[in-house]
Write a protein that binds this ligand. Structure first.
Ligand code: CP
Ligand code: NVA
Length: 300
């Protein structure tokens, strides 16, 4: 695989990831001149809904001098079952990069295997790596570039965000505490790998996870494609809501992050997400800068 893709944080070294984050910071602070992706095109394939991912990739391409195409699965031949390998090879003849948001992570891997251009993972059921780059950029803005040993508490579902935090923890040596109800644990292979690489605690006790944490984060209890589980989950997850009492367990300078969209009164109280410790809008903005850095490195 000679083409560089961005499918999974664990495909990259800490140095590479710090390089992306430094470039993202330079882009945000106006230190990068010109339009490095002039006349380049990014195909954006969506099998799931999106606000931030679509807008930040599309605007990012425009700002870098290129162009992005929005492709909804239902109105393309992919939604009618055209083989992923054919789609990959055909798109490789037209565009300079592909961003895809879909269900099965294996499909993104297959797309990358058959593409001669970079493929970027815009979320699968397993991972959401671009989100983590924006989250880490936000953490660096708050606490500086050294992430080793940073105490991060994630409360809620063992979903694509939990898995992505585990990969980030392994890459950067974070002290990651996960408070997740029994039966909803993250991917076992990703958990095991992160535990080998750094300090990872999996607990059923949100207060234990939050104790002394500098970053407290959560995500929706019901991810896209899992809507039928909503009723069952709400009761089970209620004790894992990020409330002010949870935030008060964290360090004095603790910040709250959420990838959005959020459900106030479910995974987070309105008081916390709309309160002074919340950095959700910087985090959302940083999708733009972090992804521009990734696109420049891969497609430039
Ligand atoms: N956080 C995130 O990926 O948001 P969207 O679903 O709006 O793209
Ligand atoms: N876990 C959520 C993240 C949304 C950005 C989902 O997959 O729906």
């Amino acid at each position: 695989m000679s083409t560089r893709h961005f499918l999974d944080i664990s495909d990259y070294s800490r140095e590479d990831l710090q390089g992306f984050l430094s470039l993202a910071h330079q882009l945000k602070s106006g230190q990068v001149a010109g339009t490095p992706l002039e006349r380049k095109s990014l195909a954006m394939i969506f099998y799931k809904s999106s606000t931030r991912t679509r807008v930040s990739f599309e605007v990012g391409m425009t700002q870098l001098g290129g162009h992005a195409l929005f492709i909804a699965s239902q109105t393309s031949q992919m939604g009618r079952g055209e083989p992923i390998s054919d789609t990959a090879k055909v798109l490789s003849r037209y565009v300079d990069g592909i961003m895809i948001r879909t269900f099965d992570h294996a499909e993104v891997v297959e797309l990358a295997e058959h593409s001669s251009i970079p493929v970027i993972n815009g979320l699968t059921d397993l991972l959401h790596p671009c989100q983590l780059m924006a989250d880490l950029q936000t953490v660096r803005e708050e606490f500086g570039p050294e992430l080793e040993g940073m105490a991060v508490a994630y409360l809620g579902d063992g979903n694509n965000m939990a898995n992505s935090w585990l990969n980030a923890a392994a890459a950067f040596g974070l002290d990651l505490r996960l408070a997740i109800p029994e039966g909803f644990d993250p991917d076992p292979a990703i958990l095991a790998r992160a535990k080998e690489a750094t300090t990872v605690t999996l607990t059923r006790d949100p207060m234990e996870a939050a104790a002394g944490a500098r970053v407290i984060t959560t995500d929706t209890w019901v991810s896209m494609g899992q809507e039928e589980e909503a009723q069952e989950k709400i009761g089970i997850f209620q004790p894992y809501q990020v409330t002010q009492a949870v935030m008060d367990q964290g360090s004095e300078d603790a910040i709250f992050l959420h990838c959005l969209p959020a459900y106030r009164g479910k995974e987070v109280s309105a008081e916390v997400i709309d309160g002074p410790q919340s950095r959700i809008l910087d985090e959302a903005e940083n999708r733009l800068h972090a992804q521009k850095a990734i696109m420049m490195e891969l497609m430039g």
